[in-house]
Design a protein around this ligand. Structure first.
Ligand SMILES: Cc1ncc(COP(=O)(O)O)c(C=O)c1O
Ligand SMILES: Nc1c(O)cccc1C(=O)C[C@H](N)C(=O)O
Length: 398
């Protein structure tokens, strides 16, 4: 046991990202829930104090121009772009992920043209994507076909208009093959829409390199934007001119202050906007993105894999075989940045997670039997991973 503690200390000392933890407001807790709500970067409260007192309190309406409020959705989109492998001008920030799924699915089915009446949807998806895709399909006259990601190539055909997939599965932590599946979707003449909620900020995505058509994601997990921080929509540059938003609000108009009755869409990523941006949340997100200055996503991925490997090793060493079973794949190419453990006795899942939280190890659970541990490489260390596994073994009464 002390061997693993010593290894954790050595791994933390050699970790090139270890200093970043100081940028966050954290206590003695082992925080392994950054895949649900990222931690608060220390400098954000002062920045928000300025936004509220100076920009809102003193400048008031002038801030739409003078404080850059009006252009924040595109500006912050361009800050997120390098983190997901996109060139500038293709991402706009705003609305929730659910709303962006709606925009993306409807727009993709319109881009696919007539004669294609099926939308394939990840059968294991986070529920909101399936609910929204189902409603979108009813409105556009398409039919939703639920398909497990691995079965997508076999399900594609001349009727497929679009495919909605998750890059990393929220429950199992499985990483899906974005390059391979996108290529298969294109070979069938359809469009690929990816949900990046559980991958952006944790691993390289390569949106442009893999010619993804549209993508959405949230910013409150590995991007640490804060509770309910706005989501984003990526529309590849080659689709922007034909992108036909199902929610063409006035802020996506070419001349929003012309206030004319006829809708003329703006060019570029602005076309994905809807209504007035949620400025306070948006500017908290913008400030929080400062922690990425000088940080490479490749380095984050290397640490994420090392952390999850080490946690799995500690669980195997401390917890007797059979009490919990990892459902997150062991293969690096199939693993996101979380480890999900299935409890042998489903009824133990809730009391086990409650006991972990009481002992300062914060993960979460997904019913009926999954304990989830998210590893945010910017602020989680190897000693955290070792302690979490050790406390898990204690809680299981080993
Ligand atoms: C994969 C995935 N998609 C969508 C959502 C929901 O997004 P929102 O609540 O921002 O609409 C979540 C998490 O809440 C998620 O994990
Ligand atoms: N978005 C959330 C929320 O508003 C409250 C509680 C949890 C969440 C989540 O993000 C859940 C998350 N998408 C999941 O992976 O289960």
């Amino acid at each position: 046991m002390s061997d693993l503690r010593e290894r954790a200390t050595a791994l933390d000392s050699a970790d090139p990202l270890s200093a970043l933890r100081e940028l966050f407001t954290l206590d003695d807790t082992v925080y392994l829930d950054g895949n649900s709500l990222g931690a608060l970067p220390r400098h954000v409260p002062a920045r928000m104090q300025h936004v509220i007192t100076r920009e809102w309190g003193s400048l008031r309406i002038r801030s739409w121009d003078e404080s850059g409020w009006w252009t924040a959705p595109e500006r912050i989109g361009d800050r997120i772009a390098p983190l997901v492998g996109a060139a500038a001008g293709q991402i706009v920030v705003g609305d929730s992920t659910s709303v962006n799924v709606f925009k993306a699915v409807v727009a993709a089915s319109r881009l696919a043209g007539g004669g294609r009446d099926e939308i394939l949807v990840d059968a294991t998806t986070f529920p909101t994507d399936g609910y929204i895709a189902g409603s979108a399909a009813r409105m556009t006259g398409h039919r939703v076909v639920p398909v497990a990601p691995a079965d997508v190539p076999a399900a594609l055909g001349p009727r497929t208009a679009a495919v909605l997939l998750n890059h990393v599965d929220y429950r199992s932590g499985r990483l899906h093959d974005l390059p391979g599946l996108t290529a298969a979707v294109h070979a069938a003449g359809a469009l690929a829409v990816w949900d990046l909620c559980h991958s952006a900020g944790a691993l390289p995505v390569g949106l442009d390199a893999h010619r993804v058509d549209l993508a959405v994601g949230c910013t409150y997990k590995y991007l640490n934007g804060g509770p309910g921080s706005p989501a984003y929509l990526y529309v590849a540059e080659r689709h922007q001119e034909a992108f036909d938003s199902p929610l063409p609000g006035w802020t996506s108009h070419a001349d929003p202050f012309g206030m004319t009755p006829g809708y003329v869409p703006a060019d570029g990523s602005v076309r994905g906007r809807v209504g007035t941006p949620d400025i306070l949340s948006m500017l908290a997100l913008e400030a929080s993105l400062d922690v990425w200055d000088g940080v490479s996503v490749d380095a984050v991925r290397a640490k994420s894999l090392a952390l999850t490997d080490f946690f799995l090793e500690c669980v195997a060493a401390y917890v007797p075989e059979g009490r919990v079973t990892p459902v997150t794949p062991a293969a690096h190419g199939e693993r996101g940045s979380q480890v999900s453990l299935r409890c042998e006795v489903p009824a133990e899942t809730e009391p086990v997670m409650r006991a972990l939280v009481e002992r300062g190890v914060v993960g979460d659970l997904r019913r009926p039997d999954i304990l989830r541990f998210g590893f945010t490489p910017l602020y989680v260390g190897f000693a955290d991973a070792e302690r979490a596994a050790r406390v898990l073994a204690e809680v299981l009464g080993v």
